[in-house]
Design a protein around this ligand. Structure first.
Ligand code: ADP
Ligand code: MG
Length: 694
């Protein structure tokens, strides 16, 4: 698979941050002295690195000095890793991330995001790129996906080329620097949401941002891929300094464990003689396996505080960097070979195999000569160089005890070695499977926990609801009983009103009847009055005539009298005295008759007048009575109207109350039902969960 290889040391860059405000206030000393651009002196000892950045180095300078090349390498098909090591607050995050959206203060990751796309735009147009990013953190030796909070314990697996990778972590395809920044923002947000004390958490966890670039030439179909790990390690300080205790101490130890695993791996790699490198001691070293001792161009930032207060930590950090500097990696381009390239490679391997076989034959011949007791002269012996080349030599097991170093070296046959290797492979496979299982179980536990929490919440809310419903129920019952009594009262009032109404209408009827009677009477009276009036006027007319006649009669009489007196005076009186006497008596008779008649007339007249007066009085009285009756009637009518309205409204209210009573009782029944079911539902749901589990 790989053709272009190059061996290179891990690049170690040292960066000192400036003294911070509290260190200046405390009067801390500034301990490093910088010599040239690759060396620093701390406590009288010089430490040399690939580059040393003094405190005033800008983010851009740091980027240009180290990371720019890495972008080119990754786009050229190499794997790359940049990681930042150092105690808490030494500037790791400042170096890796900086202020993400500030063009001057942004660190390596956002600059790389920009740069990758700038490079791509300047590359061959026939190249097709697939860029995906992942973001996860390692905390207490558990890998948590920062782009999917449900993945809390991811496992590390090996791909077909035996390169470890984080299995199942979220991968986001990105097509612009902004999209990369969005992913970083999302991951950082998730990280903030998941923890209570971010400062403490970030100093105890390792965060890893992975950029995976695949490119394919659309014409030649040549494929290249490169992975870039950007790692912000946990604080490297010793536990004692943080003053941790109990659970926090455990946690710190665990973090230190993964950091000390990193130290061990680096030591093993730096010594170079040890065959076993303990990558599997922690998830961190497992993920970084290829970056530390494999096919990768690795850059390590050693971040240091300049304060005298931190000098011990600073020295140990510098030592760590020195050791890491000796590690050599063999980086090669991740190239997928074309058929032609494969053929050439095959020829080469075949050639190699042939020479190997020849060597073996030579050695066997020599061995036979030795076995046969021959002392093979030195010039005819197979040289050591050739033997070292040999890789399939069969040896019988030999145990050599080396007293000087008190170490035991067991020589074993190739067959056994293969057996052991197979065994180891199997065990590793089992380990991976177990990891997978643990991961699954963790996810399940997480899910169950969530379910439990949900159920608890549901239960609590159901309880709360139940209480509320109970209270509501009580209130409604009270209300309903109140309403019932109210309805009863209203009904009673209605009944009374109905009775009253009946009475009143009866009264009205009676009054109407009376009114009718009175009106009839009044009409009769009026009729008799009219009659009387007619009679009166007739009488008055008659009496007038009578008076006239009387006056006429009296006048006649007076005239007769005067004539009589003249006659008497003339002596003719005696002649007519007898006749006069007769006429007098007649006249007297008439007069007395007239008198009596007048008297009776006057009497009658008076009677009639009295009657008229009486009639008037009675009429007035009746009129008064009539108007009072009419008033009463209108009052009664108004009262009847208002009573009817009241009755209607009461009826309406009653209906409404009945309706609300019905709905309340319905609701009550429903709530009781619900209460019953929620009380019963919790255990059944949980058991469902468990059933799914099994
Ligand atoms: P770490 O990630 O190692 O715990 P940080 O990167 O968070 O430390 O740095 C701690 C503080 O020091 C931050 O406020 C950061 O801005 C500041 N700082 C770190 N390095 C530098 C630097 N080179 N120049 C200026 N400020 C820095
Ligand atoms: Mg940090």
């Amino acid at each position: 698979m790989a053709d272009v290889t190059s061996e290179c040391n891990i690049k170690v860059l040292c960066r000192f941050r400036p003294l911070n405000q509290s260190e200046i206030l405390r009067g801390d000393q500034f301990i490093p002295t910088f010599q040239g651009d690759d060396s620093v002196n701390v406590g009288g000892r010089s430490y040399v690195f690939d580059r040393v950045f003094p405190t005033n180095t800008t983010q851009e300078q740091v980027y240009n000095a180290c990371a720019k090349q890495i972008v080119k390498d990754v786009l050229g098909g190499y794997n790359g890793t940049i990681f930042a090591y150092g105690q808490t607050a030494s500037g790791k995050t400042h170096t890796m991330e900086g202020k993400l959206h500030d063009p001057n203060q942004m660190g390596i990751i956002p600059r790389i995001a920009e740069d990758i796309f700038n490079h791509i735009f300047g590359m061959d147009e026939n190249l097709e790129f697939h860029i995906k990013v992942s973001y996860f953190e390692v905390y207490m030796d558990k890998i948590r996906d920062l782009l999917d909070v449900t993945k809390t314990n991811l496992a590390v697996h090996e791909d077909k080329n035996k390169i470890p990778y984080v299995k199942g972590c979220t991968e986001r395809f990105v097509s612009s620097p902004d999209e990369v920044m969005d992913v970083i923002d999302e991951g950082k947000n998730n990280r903030h949401v998941a923890v209570t004390n971010m400062n403490e958490h970030s100093s105890r966890s390792h965060s890893i941002f992975l950029i995976n670039i695949k490119q394919e030439h659309t014409e030649t179909e040549q494929k290249l891929c490169g992975k870039l790990y950007l790692v912000d390690l946990a604080g490297s300080e010793k536990v004692s300094k943080t003053g941790a205790a109990g659970a926090v101490l455990d946690e710190a130890k665990n973090i230190n464990k993964s950091l000390s695993a990193l130290g061990n791996v680096i030591s093993a790699l730096a010594e170079g003689t040890k065959t076993h490198v303990p990558y599997r001691d922690s998830k961190m070293t497992r993920i970084l396996q290829d970056s530390l001792g494999g096919n990768c161009r690795t850059t390590m930032f050693i971040c240091c505080s300049p304060s005298s207060y931190n000098d011990a930590e600073t020295k140990s950090t510098l030592m760590f960097g020195q050791r890491a500097k000796t590690i050599r990696n063999t980086a090669s381009v991740n190239l997928e070979l074309t058929a032609d390239q494969w053929k050439r490679k095959y020829e080469k391997e075949k050639e190699k195999n042939k020479t190997m076989k020849e060597t073996t034959q030579r050695l066997e011949a020599e061995l036979n000569r030795w076995r046969n007791g021959e002392n093979v002269p030195e010039t005819e012996r197979t040289t050591a160089d050739v033997v070292r080349l040999e890789s399939v030599e069969e040896r019988s097991p030999v145990l050599i005890l080396d007293n000087d170093t008190s170490s035991i070296v067991v020589r074993i046959s190739e067959e056994e070695r293969q057996k052991y290797e197979e065994e180891i492979r199997k065990l590793y496979k089992q380990l991976d499977d177990k990891d997978d299982e643990i991961n699954l179980q963790c996810q399940l536990v997480e899910k169950l926990k969530e379910q439990m929490l949900d159920q608890d919440e549901l239960l609590a809310s159901s309880r709360g609801d139940g209480d509320k419903v109970q209270a509501e129920l009580g209130r409604l019952q009270v209300e309903s009983s109140c309403a019932k009594t109210e309805v009863k009262e209203v009904l009673q009032a209605l009944e009374e009103l109905a009775i009253n109404y009946d009475q009143k209408s009866q009264e009205v009827e009676e009054k109407g009847l009376q009114n009718q009677l009175l009106a009839d009477q009044l009409a009769q009276k009026m009729a008799s009055l009219m009659e009387l009036e007619a009679e009166l006027s007739h009488m008055q007319e008659v009496s007038g005539q009578q008076r006239k006649r009387i006056a006429d009669v009296l006048n006649g009489l007076m005239r007769d009298l005067s004539e009589f007196s003249t006659i008497v005076g003339n002596g003719e009186i005696k002649l007519i005295s007898g006749a006069i006497e007769e006429e007098f008596t007649v006249a007297r008779l008439y007069i007395s008759k007239i008198k009596s008649e007048v008297k009776s007339m006057v009497k009658r007249c008076r009677q009639l007048e009295n009657l008229q007066l009486e009639c008037h009085r009675k009429m007035e009285e009746t009129g008064r009575e009539l108007s009072s009756c009419q008033l009463l009637i209108s009052q009664h009518e108004a009262k009847i109207r208002s009573l009817t309205e009241y009755m209607q409204s009461v009826e309406l209210k009653k209906r409404m109350l009945e309706e609300s009573h019905d709905s309340l009782s319905e609701e009550l029944a429903k709530l009781q039902d619900q209460g019953n079911t929620s009380a019963m539902s919790r255990p059944s749901r949980i058991s469902k969960g468990w059933r799914r589990l099994s």
